[in-house]
Design a protein around this ligand. Sequence first.
Ligand code: 8X3
Length: 249
Amino acid sequence: MPENRRTAVVTGASSGIGAATARHLAAAGFHVVLAARRLDRIEALAAEIDGTAVACDVTSEESVAALAAAVGDRLDVLVNNAGGAFGMAPVAEASSDDWRRMYEVNVVGLMQVTRALLPALLASGAGVICNVGSTAGRVAYEGGAGYTAAKHGTKVVTETLRLELFDQPIRVCEIAPGMVATEEFSLVRFGGDQARADAVYDGVREPLVADDVADAITWMVTRPAHVNIDELVIRPRAQAAQHKVHRER
Ligand code: 8X3
């Protein structure tokens, strides 16, 4: 890693909020380590922003250990963005595999990356962790239980970590986005069904886009070292609450 630049790790950096956050942090002066499973994508983005691409599956301890080795002994910012939703079945018809995958990536993966990079974050003397949660970590909605349970997990892990590290030179934050139209989130959730994915944003004139969330994350992690943004809920103007969405048809 470059000696004289602040360094940030972004997981899930191959698309969506992760890729946008990598770009924003690079523009803010960080050397960004892009971590994701799809190496071809993050290598292209790393070349664009003069960052470093590291292939990483956050659910694999070996893979996360390799990420930590690549980062080295000093790190300023960790954005735990890797996550996702799989399926939208009601509890009565839920897929155990989908639920396990959601817990693995949104909770266990986040823990594994945090655990591995914590020594480097502490060594910087002013590290900051920003976990990407969701408004799904604040409420329940029909068909969402596997994902809302996992994102409630993201929130609680964030709160726990802040308590455990209360006397250490590190900040622990969570951003909880609502409706964000990215190229993959809903498509992945619905197993590649583009029509169902598009229907999520149907008639919503301006859902958030990845840049909106990246902008907020960059603001959160660049506050003075004594300022901890515990949590930030961010929604489009059209979404007054999870079920209260203004759709123009
Ligand atoms: C995404 C927000 O509303 O699809 O994290 O659960 S929602």
